[in-house]
Design a protein around this ligand. Structure first.
Ligand SMILES: Cc1cc2nc3c(=O)[nH]c(=O)nc-3n(C[C@H](O)[C@H](O)[C@H](O)COP(=O)(O)O)c2cc1C
Length: 342
């Protein structure tokens, strides 16, 4: 059924389809009785709560950052069975992101390329949506807050942007993810360098100590890091007792694609996601898990479409998994289907 709908949706611009689909689903949920029916249909049955970094997750399948950047669709995503949604990347000030088109499908590779550029409504607007969401009795999602810096903020001041988002969101999210790994904000990934990272993360940890209930702080890394860079990240994470890592973001690598080189070149710059990042993301999860003897919880992201993909990540050492591109290709039953096979 979804395959048919997908063929239709894939005829149109990916970014427009994204909002059209989520808004249509919202309308559907407004028809009396329909939301409860959909919820019963999509909610995975074979799950029991799973505790990681002291948070109880309703199931192991979350939605990766960038899908609901502005916390606009939390109710709909909960209806679709997600246990956790990572909102963001949120920056202190609203920003428009890169020029459109900036999201492209590579159906032959079951992949996407995006150069969104942290388009988001800014932290204040997102906080007000989260406040409303939290006040509803029906809200059960675990919410991750993925935070970043504005494009105009120079890297030496980046720590201030992360701190501003962290402070504003602290009461409204369950955990934080520091995103220094998007390829679409110029220079951002330089912040993965050890000293820059240490400054940002230790400052957030210092702020965190002042709260009655500190929130777990995780770091999201790029799949393009060399083993040497990965070793630096791992030793820093161990040194400062980071709560976890998210592995991994989109890649700038374009090797081994089925889509023709001409077509890929025409799309241009951006982060590649989906099936082509699957293997590298598993390898990184395994590498971190082995190097740390499993002492740092890992959320796996990258090319997860099926239960078998998720099992592979969990066997490699992941505690939880997140989907994004798989959701586009597999449809809203993805959470239910993955949970069934876990
Ligand atoms: C259109 C799009 C936008 C994204 N935006 C963000 C973002 O704002 N912050 C972030 O940390 N990751 C972002 N990502 C990366 C995803 O969260 C995920 O880590 C990556 O796509 C790999 O997973 P996948 O293969 O399941 O898509 C984005 C991905 C896509 C496709």
């Amino acid at each position: 059924m979804y395959q048919l709908l997908r063929s239709l949706l894939f005829l149109f611009d990916p970014e427009k389809v994204h909002y059209f689909s989520m808004n249509s689903f919202r309308l559907l949920c407004k028809i009396p009785g329909v939301q409860a029916l959909l919820r019963r249909f999509f909610t995975p049955k074979e799950t029991s709560p799973f505790i990681v970094f002291n948070i109880s997750f309703p199931n192991k399948v979350g939605l990766a950052a960038g899908f609901d950047k502005n916390a606009r669709y939390l109710n709909e995503l909960q209806v679709m069975g997600f246990g956790c949604v990572e909102i963001g990347t949120v920056t202190p000030k609203a920003q428009a992101g890169n020029d459109k088109p900036r999201l492209f499908r590579l159906p032959k590779d079951k992949a996407l390329i995006n150069r969104m550029g942290f388009n988001n409504d800014g932290v204040e607007v997102v906080v007000s949506r989260l406040k409303t969401w939290r006040s509803k009795a029906s809200s059960q999602l675990v919410i991750g807050g993925n935070i970043g810096k504005n494009k105009i903020t120079p890297n030496e001041d980046a720590w201030k942007d992360y701190a501003a988002c962290f402070t504003a969101l602290h009461d409204y999210v369950d955990y934080f993810v520091v995103n220094v790994s998007s390829p679409n904000t110029p220079g951002l990934r330089e912040l993965q360098e050890k000293d820059a990272l240490k400054k940002i993360l230790t400052h957030l940890q210092m702020l965190n100590k002042n709260y009655a209930s500190p929130k777990p702080i995780l770091l999201k890394i790029a799949p393009d890091l060399t083993n040497e860079q990965l070793n630096d990240v791992i030793s820093l994470a161990v040194d400062i007792q980071l709560d976890g890592l998210v592995a991994a973001n989109t890649t700038v690598d374009r090797s081994n694609l089925i889509t023709t080189a001409d077509a890929v070149e025409k799309i241009g710059a951006g982060g590649l996601s989906g099936k082509p990042v699957h293997q590298r993301s598993t390898a990184i999860v395994q590498y971190i898990h082995q190097k740390t003897n499993g002492t740092i919880p890992i959320i796996a992201s990258g090319g997860i479409f099926t239960a078998a993909d998720a099992v592979e990540k969990i066997n490699a050492g992941a505690s939880l998994v997140q989907v994004w591109t798989g959701f586009i290709y597999e449809g809203p039953s993805i959470v239910k289907n993955i949970c069934k096979g876990l």
